[in-house]
Design a protein around this ligand. Structure first.
Ligand code: DSN
Length: 414
């Protein structure tokens, strides 16, 4: 029997965790570069009866009856995404960023084909060819990295690798690269060696949408993204492509890779795209960038080394070694969490520590900016981070910082 009672009554085991998570998000500073806080409208869309509906297929061509509302919602999501990114074609059904990427691989690769992509240890993503990911298992993967000195892409070296290995697909985009990506240059290299260029803009999608980061859409065959990072939508993915790949892509998403689309997520994506089309969203992205610069500069002024000397986007990689040679990223992440500052340990390029330890921390400003924090707050947060690390997690220092974090969170509630 269906119940009309609320979760607190129906599932008293889940309820306290929901409450605790709301409190945790309200009372901590979120610096994980890939996370954000969605609007009430996006959350509302996620909690709708769209979750009850099977809608395999696409608008106008479904395998179930009763899909008229699904068609309308998916069309809105597609049209808004096309307006936002100015792409020829978009598929909004991928459940995640990995699946958005897998749909591309299924569209243009055969097992054994060669991919050229950024090394995970240099800021890439596991779905771009990590050894034990399906990409590493099915395809022959060659990686490019960043230059040891500049910690930026060396296009002569990337072009050399492309000429040598003749990949079928060149993947660009990153999960920990703090600089602008010259997608046009990558497309030129791809064209020269007869490869297709796929740009995964998951991290920078918000900035690309408003024109604050160069867009790969005009030159890349495929552009994929998640919808929950700088784009500030629900957890999910989408794949854009040139018209020539549209039919193949759609058939690879469904039925190639997925069954029924998550219509409540697609509705929430549509809501997020509408929000992103508003002028306020551009102002939000500009503030993310100003905040990231302010945080990076404040950290550098405290003696931290920032990989590549700064940031052009929403994130930075802090190399802990010069300031605190004995502190690993793992320890820093743990101590900072006790103080209410949420980060993630991250490999820095050419890191000598293991991925579970790391010498780096990845910090990002999208969620802090959603909260309403500005440059001055970033300078305060840099000091708070430094105090926790200087104290090596010592209880008194952590407690004092925790108090200041709480005060800031209460002044800027979600
Ligand atoms: N796991 C995400 C990140 O944190 O960057 C990428 O998918």
């Amino acid at each position: 029997m269906r119940s009309h009672e609320t979760i607190s009554v129906v599932d008293p085991e889940i309820w306290p965790h929901m409450q605790a998570e709301v409190r945790r998000q309200q009372e901590t500073l979120e610096l994980i570069a890939s996370e954000n806080h969605v609007s009430h409208a996006v959350l509302e869309a996620l909690g709708t009866v769209f979750t009850n509906k099977y809608a395999e297929g696409y608008p106008g061509k479904r395998y179930y009856g009763g899909c008229a509302n699904m068609d309308a919602v998916e069309d809105l999501a597609r049209n808004r995404a096309k307006q936002l990114f100015k792409c020829d074609h978009v598929n909004v059904q991928p459940h995640s960023g990995s699946q958005a990427n897998q749909a591309v691989y299924l569209s243009v690769l055969q097992p054994g084909d060669t991919i050229l992509s950024l090394d995970l240890a240099h800021g890439g993503h596991l779905s771009h060819g990590m050894k034990i990911n399906m990409t590493g298992l099915l395809y022959s993967v060659v990686h490019y990295g960043v230059d040891r000195k500049t910690e930026r892409f060396d296009f002569d070296e990337i072009a050399r690798l492309a000429r040598e290995h003749k990949p079928r697909l060149i993947i660009t985009g990153a999960s920990a690269y703090p600089r602008l990506i010259d997608f046009t240059r990558f497309s030129e290299i791809a064209a020269e060696v007869g490869a297709i260029h796929m740009a995964d803009i998951a991290h920078i999608a918000g900035m690309v949408a408003v024109g604050l980061h160069p867009s790969p859409v005009p030159t890349a065959g495929f552009v994929t993204t998640t919808t929950h990072k700088t784009l500030r939508g629900p957890r999910g993915g989408m794949t854009m492509c040139k018209e020539e790949f549209a039919k193949k892509l759609d058939s690879r998403v469904f039925p190639g890779l997925q069954g029924g689309p998550l219509m409540h997520c697609i509705a929430a994506k549509a809501v997020a795209f509408a929000e992103a089309l508003k002028p306020e969203f551009r102002a939000y992205q500009e503030q993310i960038l100003r905040n990231a610069k302010a945080l990076a500069e404040a950290l550098m002024s405290k003696g931290f080394r920032i990989v590549s000397g700064g940031t052009d986007n929403h994130l930075m990689l802090v190399d802990l070694r010069p300031a605190y040679p004995n502190v690993t990223g793992a320890a820093a992440e743990k101590w900072l969490e006790s103080a209410g500052i949420i980060t993630n340990k991250n490999m820095i390029p050419f890191d000598e520590r293991k991925p579970v330890e790391t010498s780096g921390l990845r910090l990002g400003t999208p969620a802090l900016t959603t909260r309403g924090l500005k440059e001055d707050h970033m300078r305060t947060i840099a000091s708070l981070i430094d105090r926790v690390l200087k104290g090596e997690g010592e209880a008194k220092a952590v407690e004092a910082v925790r108090g200041e974090v709480l005060a800031m969170c209460r002044e800027y509630p979600l």
